[in-house]
Design a binder for this molecule. Structure first.
Ligand SMILES: Nc1ncnc2c1ncn2[C@@H]1O[C@H](COP(=O)(O)OP(=O)(O)OP(=O)(O)O)[C@@H](O)[C@H]1O
Ligand SMILES: [Mg+2]
Length: 321
């Protein structure tokens, strides 16, 4: 069953009308881990922020629907949306310190959430908090209750953030690069933790990353972003064995670390100003960088095409077949 469905989501910059998300369509099933893959600036975070209604002030959703359990969040009253946001959808970010309050102990932060949303305090709160800290793998949770965020390691802090985020038993967790700032071994522990939460709680996870390798054993399906559009969507196994979009193929070729590769250099040495749309004449946004473009007409706009029942691609090379 679909838990979340995003349809035709467009996000623009208010002042300039610059289009940052150009019509995003995807869904996530109950209990599914969906990977969102794409390079810096491709629109991954804006997608997550749109879902929880936390877009920066200067941006706005100009069209589209965000259906959560078939209710369009964008047409709900602010009160109802806030309720869903607080209890049913959680979001965590790369930097745990941006979420944790530096002047409150870990115990107090968790208790605040329980009291504010469920009116639970005292002994019952303490029991629940210790359970949550245990569930996210914090050793000696009794002792940690009195610790302040700065007294914990980066990995432990991210575990605390995850404990906060599951305290109200949400159905969807949006994890925006939650492991990017951590050492590789700690990174894998956090991935393992998220996978356990997915299995044990049937928690759906939208996992945002620019690291293809992280998704391989973790995500059930992956959507690939390129410059504010989804260019491929596939079950993880198919994405790794039969990538369809030339961009996905290049991502796979350049992993793990084939940075000396001539083709990789050619494709990845372009300017990082990915949204310089004024210079962009082709309607395929990957045209300039595409090693397979020679047979394509740049004035045609690629549409998302289902190549199999579960795999779709936005590429002109697949449109005439
Ligand atoms: N507040 C803002 N005002 C104007 N442009 C913005 C704003 N926030 C993001 N953008 C632009 O929107 C585009 C998408 O940004 P987004 O943060 O979603 O990228 P991302 O895929 O999450 O990248 P990263 O991997 O670096 O986190 C980028 O070009 C970015 O510069
Ligand atoms: Mg981001």
């Amino acid at each position: 069953m679909k838990l979340l469905e995003v349809k035709g989501l467009k996000v623009i910059e208010r002042r300039t009308n610059r289009v940052l998300l150009k019509g995003i369509d995807f869904f996530i099933q109950k209990g599914e881990i969906l990977g969102v893959l794409g390079e810096s600036g491709s629109g991954k975070s804006l997608t997550g922020l749109s879902i929880v209604g936390l877009l920066p002030q200067n941006l706005q959703i100009s069209s589209g629907e965000i259906l959560f359990e078939h209710k369009n969040l964008l047409t709900l009253s602010i009160r109802d949306w806030l309720k869903i946001r607080a209890k049913e959808i959680s979001i965590i970010f790369q930097d745990p310190l941006s979420t944790l309050n530096p002047v409150l102990t870990i115990g107090d932060q968790l208790e605040e959430v329980l009291y504010y949303h469920l009116g639970i305090k005292g002994g019952e709160a303490k029991t629940r908090i210790i359970e949550a800290l245990k569930e996210v793998g914090i050793p000696d949770p009794h002792l940690r209750l009195k610790a302040y965020p700065h007294e914990l390691s980066g990995g432990m802090r991210q575990r605390v953030v995850i404990a906060v985020s599951i305290l109200l038993s949400p159905k969807l967790l949006i994890a925006d690069e939650p492991t990017t700032a951590l050492d590789p071994s700690i990174q894998m522990q956090i991935i393992e933790l998220l996978r356990n939460l997915n299995r044990e709680r049937n928690l759906s996870i939208l996992f945002i990353t620019h690291d293809l390798g992280l998704l391989r054993w973790f995500a059930h399906r992956v959507i690939v972003y390129y410059r504010g559009q989804i260019v491929e969507s596939a079950p993880t196994e198919s994405l790794f064995t039969k990538p369809l979009h030339p961009y996905t193929q290049l991502l796979l070729n350049s992993y793990p670390g084939r940075k000396g590769d001539a083709l990789h250099q050619k494709v990845f040495s372009f300017s990082n100003d990915l949204f310089a749309d004024t210079q962009q004449r082709a309607k395929c946004y990957f045209y300039e960088r595409c090693p397979l473009r020679k047979d394509c007409d740049p004035s045609r706009e690629p549409k998302m095409i289902s190549v199999t029942e579960t795999q779709a691609v936005r590429c002109l090379l697949y449109e005439c077949q």
